[in-house]
Design a protein around this ligand. Structure first.
Ligand code: CP
Ligand code: NVA
Length: 309
């Protein structure tokens, strides 16, 4: 039996594969211009295929974009909440993977722990897709790269600034720059820098990453400034994070230190007035809703990649 084509992390792929996924996503997006949102692709390449969506954490964008995307491709979805499954009563991830592999054609998981994703992928005989873990969020960053390339230029020609918590989305951004090129400037408090393992990966990959505790220095020369919530779903230390991250709010004053016309991105959900102001979120250079839309297009392309259709 050939190994299933998982989509676990951007770091698992080479640049030609990632660029091919982005290319197909753009082509499918362009082809749908002017179509009603719910319409299926004419050739329904995933007709008869079933995607299971496991949620160990809440979601709006990931759930809706995978459900809609799969249906546009002619396939179907099943949404499973871990607390409603035997997983919630202690059945192992590996046994769950083996059982689901007998019923469905692919599995997307939003996992409470990264090890739940990797255990699922190791035991599944169908493709597994990472819909966010505590460590990474590769589908989000594929959509972010697609968005930035649509609005500005190829990533390899850009300087991107990550301001705030060096979290799961930041880690996938590091993977993206390591594989696709470009420069990433991280501005974070020293306690919340990206994980040492991710930084070691970046060094080995020859990625152009710089770290600073100064938000102003991080945005200097940036074509795009990105931030995320101060408290992620798996975090338990909300009060200390608020204190540490207060100086890293993305506001007009900080945006003015980036390149003129610099774009702003945020994976959402945002906490307006905390990590970012309304002015920036709703300003002319904000790409937040294009990013959210592109989850749909890029994940359709990821599904086609994984399912070989
Ligand atoms: N950006 C993102 O993954 O959003 P959800 O948590 O709503 O899925
Ligand atoms: N860093 C955030 C992303 C949410 C989509 C979290 O993990 O909660």
């Amino acid at each position: 039996m050939t190994a299933p084509k998982h989509f676990l992390d951007i770091s698992d792929f080479d640049a030609p594969t990632l660029n091919a996924i982005l290319h197909t996503a753009r082509a499918m997006k362009d082809a749908r211009k002017g179509w009603p949102k719910g319409l299926r692709e004419k050739d329904e390449p995933l007709k008869g295929r079933m995607l299971a969506l496991i949620f160990e954490r809440p979601s709006t964008r990931t759930r809706v974009s995978f459900e809609v995307g799969m249906r546009q491709l002619g396939g179907e979805t099943l949404v499973l909440t871990s607390s409603d499954m035997q997983l919630g009563r202690g059945e192992t991830i590996a046994d769950t993977a083996r059982v689901l592999s007998r019923y469905v054609d692919a599995i997307m998981i939003r996992a409470a722990r990264h090890s739940n994703l990797t255990e699922l992928a190791a035991a599944a005989t169908v493709p597994v897709i990472n819909g966010l873990t505590n460590l990474t969020h590769p589908c989000q960053v594929m959509a972010d790269v697609m968005t930035l390339e649509e609005h500005v230029a190829p990533l390899r020609d850009l300087t991107v600034s990550w301001v705030g918590d060096g979290n799961n989305v930041a880690a996938s951004w590091i993977h993206a720059v390591g594989r696709l090129g470009g420069k990433l400037k991280v501005g974070a408090p020293k306690e919340l820098m990206p994980a040492p393992e991710v930084l070691a990966w970046a060094r080995a990959a020859g990625a152009d990453i710089s770290l600073t505790t100064s938000p102003e220095e991080a945005v200097h020369g940036a074509h795009c400034v990105i931030t995320d919530a101060w408290v992620s779903m798996h975090d338990t230390d909300a009060a200390s994070r608020h204190n540490l991250l207060k100086p890293y709010q993305v506001n007009e004053r900080l945006m003015q230190q980036a390149r003129p016309g610099a774009k702003f991105m945020h994976c959402l959900p945002a906490h307006r007035g905390e990590e970012v102001t309304d002015e920036v979120m709703d300003g002319p250079d904000s790409l937040i809703f294009d990013e959210a839309e592109n989850r749909l297009h890029v994940q359709k392309s990821i599904l086609l990649h994984c399912l070989g259709a």
